[in-house]
Ligand binder design. Structure first.
Ligand code: PRX
Length: 561
């Protein structure tokens, strides 16, 4: 069956792989001459029937954007930027929903040779202001319904000279550039900036689960990296309809969208927020063959699986990134979605999902899989840069020589330098994530280095405990953190959102503890279980363990009084 996939033999492909082969797929002489916008859009425009994007609005209306139209409108947007005085390398940031204009602007900005960034709409004025000011953005693109929030943010961002606003019915305020009107009048041809692989292209801020967010800079060569993942992991084929639920305000959005467009694939997007009933309907109504989302969304679909009962699914592949995907969810996916959800691992810094599962490779549920061909990754001792033995915990590290590896943290050379360690046989980039590798080369995530729990002298990775908790039928979501304890340094404390139909009680807490103690290990089970209605999350859906940790810490301190 492996023969039907773009990557039919993982081991052979890893040996033979050369990035030159991906660059050779580009239209221009890459990597010397390379512009993402040209490669993902203009070269597919000649085929008039080829669809770039199906977009469903919150009201359920479908808009179809063929590549020729994306090419033309992004030309107009590039002309608009040029007429506004936006120069190569200037930063253009968006703050808006998943509407066709958003995609047009992303491609148009890259055509102009400017640097594209985006802030997710769940951020408030402070979060927006921090990011825009940090990189001296010149232009912001938004919608009338977001305009007040942006105005508040801009009070603290002197660098922004102009705001481009998409009219969503309220009328564009005086002084703003009206997206629709100005695009209509703009020239439909544009000579794409003659950038090369080493020119700046994207600036995305880290999720900031620990510490202030940092701007991660990527160059045009990034496209080769993401194209490889889309080909080998997501197995993109002509005729696919690919729903990546990720917003453009998170790098996963561009990774999937631009990476898939490199191959001329059709993307699907939904403007609204996550809603299990709505998602079930979309999966039913549209011929979606590839679904890419985050563990939280899959867990919530599992919680509401009856919604999928009468849904006719066209899925042939599903993927996940951003958080650990527990084995129970993988098994559920096989039974209910009819596909094995492929876990993938990456960071804004790695620019891509780089340790992944592949449709033709045996999946070990709970494992993130193996490095993509072309990326050398290992588990290393962060102090010495030495590769540790299979089964031993260390930091996930990569050789920083692949195309989608970041260029730098924006204007933070010391922060950038601090991510690297010189090992006995060369330099490694340290991810800050802990994992081990089994004898067969599969990577198993254990937790962020900062999240590790030290209890009675043991180092406990939260993910294993959370996975074991997730296997209990009464547990919808779980997160574990250290709670300071005089005898054991810390105990493991679990916060649990109960599944529907289960009421929090002491006996349920005991039952959950006992199950983890028997299934997993006596030293790792949570000595305390507290029920919550929901988990605190970052805008990208990651559980904010730091917030829970603060709660546990405060509780321990209060207990001492
Ligand atoms: O801790 C890892 C976790 O998410 C972090 C990166 O987040 P972000 O920069 O938002 O990147 C998104 C992808 C481009 C990592 O340092 N993470 C990501 N994937 C996984 C994961 N944790 C466990 N399993 C994964 N598959």
């Amino acid at each position: 069956m492996g023969d039907n996939h773009n990557l039919s033999d993982y081991e052979a492909a890893s040996e033979e792989f050369s990035w030159d082969d991906i660059f050779a797929e580009a239209d221009w002489e890459a990597p010397g001459d390379l512009n993402i916008a040209h490669e993902v859009c203009d070269r597919h425009a000649a085929d008039k029937d080829r669809v770039a994007l199906y977009q469903v609005s919150e009201d359920g209306d479908l808009t179809t954007v063929p590549f020729w139209q994306l090419a033309e409108e992004s030309n107009q947007f590039a002309n608009l930027l040029e007429s506004m005085g936006v120069e190569r390398g200037d930063r253009v940031f968006s703050y808006m929903p998943r509407i066709p204009e958003h995609y047009v602007a992303m491609v148009g900005t890259l055509k102009r040779g400017a640097v594209w960034g985006s802030v997710n709409e769940r951020f408030g004025p402070e979060g927006i202001a921090y990011r825009l000011a940090d990189c001296d953005t010149s232009v912001v693109l938004t919608t009338t319904d977001n305009r007040e929030t942006v105005a508040e943010a801009l009070e603290d961002v002197p660098s922004v000279e102009q705001v481009i606003t998409v009219d969503r019915g309220d009328g564009v305020p005086d002084g703003d550039i009206a997206f629709g009107d100005r695009l209509e009048g703009a020239e439909r041809n544009y000579e794409t900036a003659d950038t090369g692989g080493d020119d700046n292209a994207l600036l995305y801020y880290t999720s900031g689960t620990t510490g202030p967010a940092k701007g991660v800079l990527h160059e045009h060569r990034w496209i080769a990296g993401v194209a490889a993942t889309q080909r080998y992991t997501m197995d993109i084929k002509p005729g696919d309809c690919y729903w990546s639920t990720a917003d453009l305000g998170w790098l996963t959005g561009p990774i999937n969208t631009l990476g898939a467009w490199f191959w001329g694939a059709t993307m699907f997007t939904y403007e609204g927020e996550f809603d299990p009933a709505e998602w079930a309907e979309l999966l039913d109504e549209h011929p979606i063959t590839i679904l890419f989302s985050v563990p939280t969304a899959y867990r919530m679909l599992r919680e509401n699986e009856s919604l999928l009962d009468d849904v006719s699914l066209d899925l042939r592949l599903a993927g996940s990134v951003g958080e650990p995907l527990s084995p129970g969810v993988v098994t559920w996916g096989e039974e209910t979605l009819g596909v094995t959800i492929l876990d993938t691992y990456g960071q804004t810094e790695t620019g891509n999902f780089i340790i992944n599962n592949y449709p033709s490779m045996e999946v070990r549920p709970g494992s993130m899989g193996k490095p993509i061909p072309g990326v050398e990754a290992a588990i290393v001792d962060p102090d010495t840069g030495e590769v540790v033995e299979p089964g031993e915990t260390g930091q996930i590290a990569e050789r920083p020589d692949f195309p989608c590896f970041f260029a730098e943290y924006w204007e933070k050379p010391e922060k950038t330098a601090s991510c690297f360690v010189d090992g006995p046989d060369g330099e490694w980039y340290l991810s800050g994530d802990l994992a081990y590798r089994d004898e067969d080369g599969y990577f198993w995530f254990e937790g962020r280095a900062d999240d590790v729990i030290i209890s009675s002298g043991y180092r406990i990775g939260p993910f294993e405990v959370e996975s074991a908790l997730g296997e209990h039928e009464a547990v919808a979501e779980a997160a574990v953190v250290p709670k300071p304890d005089p005898e054991r340094t810390n105990i493991v404390k679990a916060y649990v959102v109960p599944s529907e139909g289960y009421e929090p009680s002491d006996s349920l807490a005991e039952d959950i503890k006992t199950k983890v103690k028997t299934d997993l290990a006596a030293h790792e089970y949570p000595r305390e279980v507290e029920f919550r209605e929901e988990m605190p999350k970052t805008v990208t859906g990651k559980i904010r363990r730091t917030e829970l940790q603060d709660l546990a810490q405060a509780e321990a301190e209060a207990g001492d009084d």
